[in-house]
Design a protein around this ligand. Sequence first.
Ligand code: NAD
Ligand code: DAU
Length: 352
Amino acid sequence: MTILVTGGAGFIGGNFVLDWLAQSDEKVINLDKLTYAGNLDSLRSLDGDARHVFVHADIGDREKVEALLAEHQPRAILNFAAESHVDRSIHGPGEFIQTNIVGTFNLLEATRAYWGGLEGEAKAAFRFLHVSTDEVYGSLEPQAPAFTEQHRYEPNSPYSASKAASDHLVRAYHHTYGLPVLTTNCSNNYGPYHFPEKLIPLVIHNALAGKPLPIYGDGQQIRDWLYVKDHCSAIRRVLESGTLGETYNVGGWNEKANLDVVHTLCAILDELQPRSDAQSYKTQITFVKDRPGHDKRYAIDASKLERELGWKPAETFETGIRKTVQWYLANQDWVQNVTSGNYRNWVEKQYA
Ligand code: NAD
Ligand code: DAU
């Protein structure tokens, strides 16, 4: 048995591949374009492991994807591949349209052709799981109830609009062609191998480097935070037992204002790796210009996933964030490789 994971050299996809192979011997075909966000360093522990096959490819390359599906005959496709950074989508939305919308469309077409050719048990058991985000629901007022799966789509950034479009395509392929799809909409992840341009890894990196800790606007924007390994376990659960055509919200029941998250990070760093001048890392906090169109609040109601599939996060924010800081302190080589750009040199050499 084999699964095909797209975007498995990224933050969540990489954690998913590592967790999957730690729990199962089922082979993983890992298809990734290795954009700036794809980093094979995160998968070094799988070097020489025959259960992991890395393929350098674009989800939008339909011929290549069709050939891979024919060769490996996966029983499931999990689509993590995306352009994922809101700020980058504001500076340049083009790649987001290309990968998140056109790429997902091509992947769906290749999948439809492959699934159409399957028969009997293989056809009945096949799944296409699309990994999406809570950002498709838009922004909540302070007292509004958390997003349920029934909340209307109201994406506000080019990133979230492109993810919303991909969710709609996935839904349409189920409704029109009967493709056996599942969609998950998750809140903000954090944990190991998180690219240090997103809030939590950026703050840890900048704090240790003695640089400013940039807070957009007043820092009162609220996100719901989920430890990445809990997201991985939710995806496994939905893949195993989710109802076809359904969407499942995934969240950590951890609503936090950005400024509080940064204060927590500073406090943990003050304890685990105090500054040489004994001052708190909080003194590095710097308020900067706000993100255009910045969503004020996200909150996820993940009760459907708990009620129907029995999934709950294992980590609280307090346990998960401490593990995360400890991981970054113990893996400064990985961080240096990313921030120095060395991992890109290797990609260019390897795939020239
Ligand atoms: P990431 O940016 O860290 O990784 C994305 C991966 O996809 C990279 O390895 C990149 O090389 C690859 N990729 C990009 N374009 C590709 C293409 N055209 N073909 C093949 N591979 C391509 O992203 P992430 O944070 O790991 O997010 C993974 C998925 O989860 C995304 O779909 C994202 O929308 C969703 N999501 C992320 C979060 C979060 O907090 N990070 C929360 C909810 C949902
Ligand atoms: O909600 C799920 C989404 O979470 C995912 O779909 C996205 O792929 C993922 O990147 C993340 O999006 P955010 O925009 O919420 O994540 P980011 O880490 O960029 O920012 C978190 C919050 O922190 C947000 O309110 C913006 C703020 N921020 C971010 C950075 C990078 C700052 O205040 N300063 C910063 O330097």
